[in-house]
Design a protein around this ligand. Structure first.
Ligand code: ADP
Length: 507
């Protein structure tokens, strides 16, 4: 028996809680690794590309300014150098000026080497502007060099820009700190979120497990509650239904056990007493002996039927029944059933009427379908009460044919009608009257009709009588040749069944 273990379910590595928590934390760590990786390994490349695009843009604006408004150019260049943290130098034929962000100065020689280097590149190039990256620790670390030629009224001028390629260490520190805060917040948030989510998911499951444990201990009153989620609500509904069915089956099984043991006990007691009677009293008197033996044979028959019904139900339940389908005239089969009952029942004061329709053919297991009809008529006789008047009808209903067995007996209370097809079910009125039966007949009927995909049902009114029916699709009448082969097949099937029954009895 599975025992719910709260402690274990909390720390179980296979539990939903642990898995959710683990998944969230792994995801958060992955996210942080990506962010930190990007920040550390790709920051420089990204910064360099963004910086060079910016430098080119700035150079274009400066060139335009130089061409169009030379007077204001120094002010503009000083502002641009200050705002962007770059070194700007303009070489005209007459002078060489450096704009460092605070003033315009004459070249101090600070970046002479760099200027020389990029100036050589510009001289060799035919594009009008060149750029290059210098990697190194000296003179402020890696930097981007840019040079472009500007022609104004026949004079050749050159604009140089030198931009450091490393972000300001203070900015980097602030960024790193911010990233650290964000990382911690993401981690803590993912922990809290995972915990809350896993609790929300597992709570209904834990409730369902607790209820299932109670059910397994035989408490059928337990109610399953799936609360929060559609899936768990559906599971709870299915479990409630299963628990109701279990309770019902349990109840019927207890009941049948009482009934079956009673039904078995009566014929066994009879057999034993009549056997003793034959031994002690009637053994020497052939007439009385054969009368007593007759009782013994009848009781054995009852036992045989009971055991047969139990076997049929268990076979139907385990899908262990093979149908021998054939095309046959259902009207003819119903007539056979009617005739067998008519002889038997007229002696007991029953009036059975047969109302056939025109002969029609169906595909199915003739013997099993006759078993169904027999069962309906058998019940009609059993539950006829004082209305000993029974109608067996066959009616056409479109493409279908309907077999009906109508009695005018005790009927079935409306709230019990749905249950008569359940195995071991016997109506309440039945208990009072103590009519002999097992409650298995209609369960067998249901099984057989379901295997035939037949529609079936009962219309009944308490005290007025019942109309048990089933419906099958009709087919065209087979031709004569196939009919005779079918007849042969049927004989063969019946022989086989008899053989099986005999073997069953032997074992
Ligand atoms: P049983 O062996 O008890 O007759 P069935 O499965 O054939 O078992 O029938 C189940 C129950 O349905 C019966 O016990 C009876 O209460 C009710 N029932 C069946 N047929 C009729 C009928 N024709 N009239 C009234 N009640 C019926």
């Amino acid at each position: 028996m599975a025992v719910y273990n709260e402690e274990r379910s909390k720390w179980d590595s296979g539990s939903i809680k642990t898995t959710t928590l683990f998944s969230f934390v792994v995801f958060a760590l992955f996210l942080l690794t990506v962010i930190w990786g990007l920040a550390n390994f790709f920051m420089d490349t990204y910064y360099e590309r963004a910086r060079s695009q910016e430098v080119i843009r700035t150079a274009n604006v400066l060139a335009t300014q130089f061409r169009q408004n030379r007077q204001d150019f120094p002010t503009y260049a000083v502002q641009t150098a200050g705002a962007n943290g770059i070194y700007i130098r303009m070489d005209t034929p007459s002078e060489s000026l450096v704009y460092d962000g605070t003033s315009t100065v004459i070249d101090s020689g600070q970046f002479t080497e760099d200027v020389q280097h990029i100036s050589n590149m510009l001289a060799e190039s035919h594009t009008g502007s060149v750029s290059d990256t210098i990697l190194g620790q000296s003179q402020g670390g890696s930097r981007l060099l840019y040079a472009t030629g500007i022609m104004t009224s026949g004079e050749e001028n050159t604009l140089y820009i030198i931009a450091p390629l490393h972000p300001d260490p203070a900015t980097i520190r602030i960024l790193r700190d911010m990233l650290l805060y964000i990382s911690s917040i993401v981690l803590v948030a993912s922990f809290v979120l995972a915990y809350m989510l896993s609790r929300r998911i597992t709570l209904p499951i834990e409730n369902l497990t607790r209820s299932a444990t109670e059910l397994s201990q035989g408490n059928y009153n337990v109610k399953f509650d799936g609360s929060a989620f559609t899936e768990t609500r559906e599971l709870a509904r299915a479990l409630n239904k299963a628990s109701y069915e279990m309770e019902k089956t349990d109840f019927y099984q207890r009941e049948i056990l009482a009934n079956v043991s009673h039904d078995l006990k009566t014929p066994l007691t009879m057999i034993r007493s009549y056997a003793e009677k034959i031994m002690d009293i009637s053994g020497d008197n052939p007439e009385r002996r054969s009368a007593d033996l007759g009782v013994i044979i009848n009781e054995t028959e009852r036992l045989n039927k009971l055991v047969g019904d139990i076997m049929s139900v268990s076979n139907l339940q385990s899908n262990n029944i093979e149908l021998h389908k054939e095309t046959f005239d259902i009207v003819e089969a119903a007539r056979d059933v009617y005739e067998s009952y008519n002889v038997l029942s007229s002696s007991q004061g029953f009036e059975i009427h047969f109302h056939p329709c025109k002969s029609c053919y169906v595909v199915g297991d003739r013997t099993r379908l006759m078993q169904v009809m027999n069962n309906f008529v058998d019940n009609a006789v059993k539950y006829a009460g004082d209305g000993k008047y029974i109608d067996i009808k066959l009616t056409r209903n479109g493409k279908n044919v309907r077999f009906r067995c109508i009695d005018h007996g005790i009927g079935i209370p409306s709230d019990e009608i749905a249950h008569v097809w359940d195995k071991y079910y016997r109506t309440s009125a039945n208990h009072e009257r103590a009519i002999e039966g097992t409650g298995l007949g209609l369960a067998i009927v249901k099984g057989i009709l379901t295997l035939h995909n037949a529609k079936y049902g009962v219309d009944s009114k308490e005290g007025k009588g019942s109309d048990f029916w089933f419906e099958l699709e009709t087919v065209r009448k087979p031709n004569k040749k196939t009919m005779s082969t079918m007849e042969l097949d049927r004989r063969e099937i019946e022989e086989k069944r008899k053989e099986e029954a005999a073997n069953g009895q032997e074992s």
